[in-house]
Design a protein around this ligand. Structure first.
Ligand SMILES: Cc1cc2nc3c(=O)[nH]c(=O)nc-3n(C[C@H](O)[C@H](O)[C@H](O)COP(=O)(O)OP(=O)(O)OC[C@H]3O[C@@H](n4cnc5c(N)ncnc54)[C@H](O)[C@@H]3O)c2cc1C
Length: 390
């Protein structure tokens, strides 16, 4: 078993000498600055420690988001972003820390924001100082996002917002949120939606944690009661926020497929190192099947990194990648149970590794829902990749 899972996955031929140098650089930096441990029971402090660590990587020239120098970052090629995700996963970094800031806000503002908005909001994400949440889903609007009913009314230089959001990851500890509201009461579907950046400490905003069956409370439901948001925090045009929202969803899906593939490949390698030879033999087919799919996921990520696929096909590949990681996450959870057996369920108190594995087991299904369900990804693949009718 090698230390670095990514050395023995296929795809090296798609990376050139500069990419390999980049890998050596980030690997050396990570050896000097180990990732802080993540403890979901101490969610807030754990996330802040991980963000501070991301800030250290940025200070050494390896910021997590790809972001222009003008906003404190470094612009990275997709291949370099993939390599960084792999190397961070290999040292046990929680890739999803500040995913809303890194994989959603950054591409959103680069495409739709004003210079002032980029100057205000991007440098603190690069430096690991400000935590973001995504305020999109509502009790009646998930897959059908544009059925959202939270309203925003312009009043002078503010927008007054009322409504409810749900399933918002890290909203109880986040500094800011990307919020979708309906500002045109006569608008239907995508028409009449606006995208706002909100300070979670704004009077009228309350985030209540949702306790999950695996003991964590990553999610929140967020209530907005006549909260006043500065009009200056509007991203793009009033009533025209659907394009910005779709940009966020696409970026989220690509970020999830790349980041989760790396995380799963690293967890897979760690699992092989823990399992006994006898159990590995007994579950050989499942081990090999999963390895083949991880290898395929990597090749898909490299294909996206290589560019030239066209936007619709890229959306389809990202959807396939997102669906793939959702599926592999569950298979890895079952394989872990098969390989480690009773240690997974009957673990003694204080066995932190086993507790973390049990948490992963109960949480594995989440990846097939978050960022759009499997069924919605299938729709994207059918339309974007296969050219089938809507
Ligand atoms: C881990 C995780 C993290 C999340 N984080 C956030 C977050 O930070 N911010 C946020 O705003 N939201 C977040 N969500 C919410 C997530 O976006 C929604 O759960 C998701 O979009 C599905 O919406 P829903 O739960 O309302 O289910 P529904 O949309 O009600 O779907 C119910 C079922 O119907 C199926 N279905 C619905 N429409 C169609 C269709 N057109 N074709 C075929 N099948 C369909 C779905 O696939 C699903 O099986 C998160 C969810 C998870 C699990």
């Amino acid at each position: 078993v090698t230390r670095h899972p990514f050395d023995r996955l296929p795809g090296a031929a798609a990376l050139d000498e500069r990419d390999q140098e980049f890998r050596a650089g980030i690997r050396a930096l990570l050896a000097e600055h180990p990732a802080p441990p993540y403890d979901s029971a101490e969610m807030g402090p754990s996330i802040r420690a991980a963000m501070a660590w991301q800030g250290t990587l940025a200070a050494h020239g390896y910021p997590v988001p790809s972001c222009p120098r003008a906003y404190g970052g470094v612009e990275r090629s997709p291949a370099e972003q993939l390599i960084q995700a792999e190397e961070m996963a290999a040292v046990g970094a929680q890739f999803s820390v500040n995913i809303a800031g890194i994989s959603m806000l950054t591409p959103l503002l680069l495409a739709h924001g004003t210079d002032q908005q980029r100057e205000r909001w991007l440098p603190p994400v690069v430096a690991g100082q400000e935590l973001w949440t995504q305020l999109f889903s509502e009790p009646g609007a998930g897959s059908d996002l544009f059925a959202l009913r939270t309203t925003g009314t312009v009043a002078g230089d503010v927008i007054r917002v009322s409504g409810q959001k749900v399933w918002n990851s890290w909203a109880t500890v986040a500094d800011h949120g990307i919020l979708l509201v309906r500002t045109d009461p006569d608008g239907r579907g995508k028409r009449g939606i606006s995208c706002l950046l909100v300070d979670m400490a704004t009077p009228g905003i309350t985030a209540r944690p949702i306790r999950q069956m695996n003991g964590t409370h990553e999610f929140a439901e967020v209530f907005l009661d006549d909260a006043e948001i500065p009009l200056a925090n509007l991203v793009g045009e009033l009533h025209q926020g659907a394009g910005a929202a779709l940009r966020v969803l696409a970026a989220e899906r690509s970020g999830l497929s790349m980041g989760f593939y790396a995380l799963l490949a690293a967890e897979f390698e760690a699992l092989l190192a823990q399992a006994s030879t006898a159990r590995l033999r007994r579950h050989e087919d499942a081990v090999l099947d999963l390895w083949i799919d991880l290898a395929t996921a990597r090749l898909g990520a490299l294909r996206l990194a290589g560019g030239g696929t066209g936007e619709a096909a890229a959306m389809g590949i990202a959807a396939a990648g997102k669906m793939g990681v959702g599926d592999m996450s569950m298979r890895l959870a079952y394989l872990r149970a098969d390989l480690l057996g009773p240690r997974l369920t009957g673990y003694p108190e204080g066995d932190r590794l086993a507790a973390a594995m049990a948490e992963q087991f109960t949480g594995a299904l989440a990846f097939s829902l978050g960022g759009g369900t499997h069924q919605m990804q299938r729709n994207a693949i059918a339309e974007g990749l296969l050219g089938m009718p809507r």
